[in-house]
Design a protein around this ligand. Structure first.
Ligand code: GLN
Length: 235
């Protein structure tokens, strides 16, 4: 017994927002798998419990509502650590570096945001990508129609069915999409937002946060992190 109180006996309950491959998505059998899932599995193993995943909208995760209400013990959602979110969540040490990227249907030539003036640009609601694009559009006074989709799957579907001219999301999820659907879309340009992902616990849950940080640190030291990175992210 690690002395960490969990909301459900025998389980470490994880809030996430599906799909967000390669961090969390359902495999062919319906099981939720991915890089985040594998890392939180290490925490669960350390606590001698199983991981139980709750799929829930990103808004409730990033606002702290789901952790505060006891819907889950930990949040693992490819979630960028931001100052705003730090007000309402306690984040682990960073476990992944990411940037934003603009994807287009293969062959479409778009190199900058300026080229999207008068066109529709898709983003995912509630994400740092949406925030970045809205800030850029405002700052540069660009007349781009920013269209917000409820999840990554809806955004990607909108892109490949030409409902939007281009779409912005975290680079690793585009790389994964391209691996899974060769030839359909390409990354046209990147935005170096310098983001870092963190797992989150309810504010003040120092015991569980320490366990999460210890599991990440141990995985980095013993090679497990690199092995999982190679398995889920690639080079
Ligand atoms: N990393 C992005 C963010 O934190 C996207 C996360 C997600 O959509 N799951 O906003």
């Amino acid at each position: 017994d690690s002395g960490v109180p969990l909301i459900k006996a025998g389980a470490l309950t994880t809030c996430t927002h599906l799909p967000y491959a390669p961090f969390q998505s359902k495999d062919d059998s319906g099981k939720v798998v991915g890089f985040d899932v594998a890392l939180i599995d290490l925490v669960a193993a350390k606590l001698n419990v199983t991981q139980e995943i709750v799929d829930t909208p990103f808004e409730g995760i990033k606002s702290g509502a789901d952790l505060n209400s006891g819907k889950c013990d930990v949040a693992a959602a490819g979630m960028t650590i931001t100052d705003e979110r730090k007000q309402v969540l306690d984040f682990s040490e960073p476990y992944f570096d990411a940037t934003q990227a603009l994807a287009v249907v293969t062959g479409k030539k778009v190199a900058t945001l300026d080229e999207l003036v008068g066109k529709r640009l898709g983003v995912q609601g509630g994400t740092t990508g949406e925030e970045y694009i809205n800030a850029q559009v405002k700052e540069k006074g660009l007349k781009i129609e920013v269209v917000s989709y409820r999840d990554l799957a809806a955004l990607q579907q909108a892109l490949v069915t030409n409902q939007v001219e281009a779409a912005v999301n975290d680079l690793p999820v585009w790389n994964e999409y391209i691996k899974a659907n060769p030839g359909k879309v390409e990354v046209a340009t990147g935005f170096d937002t310098g983001e870092q992902y963190g797992f989150a616990v309810k504010k003040g849950n120092a015991k569980l946060l320490a366990e999460v940080n210890a599991a990440i640190a141990a995985a980095r030291t013993d090679g497990t992190y690199d092995k999982l990175y190679a398995e889920w992210i690639g080079e």
